[in-house]
Design a protein around this ligand. Structure first.
Ligand code: LLP
Length: 454
């Protein structure tokens, strides 16, 4: 890994657990619905020990209660989650970013709370529709949409394409012509604002591939307006992910609103203002940044937008699912060298790649508390790579083989970024609801590994 990138992540990931619930408001150190009762860690009312026994490990576990609380926090803040069904929404629209987690059970739950979807591929469109998310709340971003994907989205009447280049606009116009439809488009602009987050998950700066420069926007819209099969409906920005301050959002919005004024002067009126996602969560207890709640974000942003006749769209991913999910893993072995102590667990970078890829910090806590002394360890997986770790130089109570560990904050970009590397089947996923739990994705099998091979 690029050592500079590692340094950046260490510096920029000092984040603590985050929940939109009462706990955070009261500023207590408990978080979400993964909480100790006595010595045992529970997911809502279910001991995680029981889930590990019943479903095996590695295992993703989600809390329905946390998910519902989070999506409602967005609905309340931005005013759109209440608009059920396929009706055109009247308030704002909360379009959940599927890339964070696209399990059908989670999507169905969010759909039932009125959420829309932010998609970046035909596959995500398929998943969103299958879960009952209305096309009228689906926005489609991404720099590389193919003709097939565009045609699919047109056929399904999505709310709008967030267009990222001139050539893409031309292609959408052509495909729309062939399918006999008018394509609703928004331009994704790049407001060139530093989101103060990890470079790999920054997007809204000029050096990145996303969006179009603000100064090209007028020309883009003029061109789009002349196109026969294009309907200009909105503008889109997304500046990055795991952003823990309001200021970058506000700076970006101010720039976009100033641009919209100029566009208006040239007769371009837009209906939708898509602010993207990116609100951070707390990954670490103790000191550190405190990401704002959706309500605080709304309070800072919405007054700027008020009275302009715009429907606001937000695209949260991480802040909805991140702390609603954990990864359960079992300790297989311990190993001590002259330099290090290792705790070898049955989850690897193929199951949760964030620590390896971004140097991201995930809290790891025992499922059963012990009184053993703390040791400094690397928690590593079974993958044949030195970069396969869930934590490095972490002080935690000694762990014995057979014991369960819980990796917190794994609900977003956990399962969705997992792979079969080293021919390891995908982990199973379970949803907890009060005292009940159910499998929402079966564990992968060896057969699954070779499916499709000829
Ligand atoms: N909208 C757009 C256009 C996006 O590109 C993204 C995320 C989102 C919304 C959702 O952002 P969120 O609310 O989740 O921050 N794999 C990385 C994160 C990549 C984010 C990519 N885009 C990680 O694990 O940190």
């Amino acid at each position: 890994m690029n050592p500079h990138a590692r340094f950046e992540c260490r510096r920029l990931y000092p984040l603590i657990f985050f929940d939109f619930g009462v706990q955070t408001v009261l500023n207590k150190s408990i978080m979400h619905d993964f909480i100790y009762r006595g010595a045992d860690l529970y997911a809502e009312d279910v001991p995680l020990e029981e889930l590990g026994r019943e479903y095996g490990t590695p295992l993703y576990v989600y809390s329905k209660r946390t998910l519902v609380r989070h999506i409602r926090a967005y609905g309340d803040a931005f005013g759109g989650a209440q608009s059920h069904g396929d009706q055109p929404p009247t308030g704002g629209i909360v379009s959940f970013a599927l890339k964070a987690n696209s399990n059908g059970a989670i999507l169905r739950l969010l759909a039932s709370e009125g959420a829309g979807a932010d998609i970046v591929s035909g596959g995500e469109l398929f998943r969103a529709l299958r879960a009952g998310i209305p096309a009228s709340k689906i926005v489609y971003a991404g720099v590389g949409k193919t003709a097939d994907e565009i045609a699919y989205a047109l056929k399904k009447n999505i709310l709008m394409f967030n267009v990222e280049s001139d050539e893409e606009l031309e292609k959408i116009n052509r495909v729309a012509g062939m399918t006999g439809r008018k394509a609703p488009v928004a331009l994704r602009v790049n407001p060139d604002v530093d989101p103060l987050t990890h470079p790999y998950i920054s997007t809204g700066m000029k050096k990145y591939k996303f969006g179009m420069p603000m100064e090209d926007a007028l020309e883009f819209y003029m061109k789009a307006r002349r196109m026969e099969n294009i309907e200009v409906v909105g503008i889109h920005e997304h500046i990055g992910s795991q952003i823990t301050q309001v200021a970058p959002f506000r700076d970006a919005l101010e720039k976009v609103l100033a641009l919209m004024e100029r566009l208006r002067g040239s007769g371009i009126k837009l209906r939708y203002l898509d602010l993207g996602g990116g609100l951070g969560i707390r990954y670490r207890r103790g000191e550190g940044e405190k990401p704002p709640l959706p309500a605080a974000l709304a309070k800072s942003l919405l007054p700027l937008v008020k009275g302009r006749g715009l429907t606001v769209i937000v695209e949260p991913g991480r802040s909805v699912v991140g702390n609603a999910g954990v990864l359960l893993t079992r300790c297989l072995y311990r190993k001590k060298t002259s330099r290090k102590r290792f705790v070898i667990v049955d989850a690897g970078m193929n199951d949760l790649i964030r620590p390896s890829l971004y140097g991201a910090y995930h809290e790891i806590i025992p499922v059963r508390k012990s009184r053993r002394a703390a040791l400094k360890v690397d928690v590593v997986g079974p993958i044949c790579e030195s970069g396969d770790f869930l934590a490095t130089d972490r002080r935690m109570p000694a762990v014995m083989p057979g014991e369960l560990l819980c990796v917190l904050g794994a609900g977003a970009y956990g399962f969705s970024m997992s792979s079969n590397y080293n021919s390891r089947p995908h982990p199973a996923e379970v949803m907890v609801d009060g005292g009940e739990h159910r499998l929402i994705r079966k564990r992968g099998t060896y057969r699954d590994l070779v499916r499709g091979e000829l």
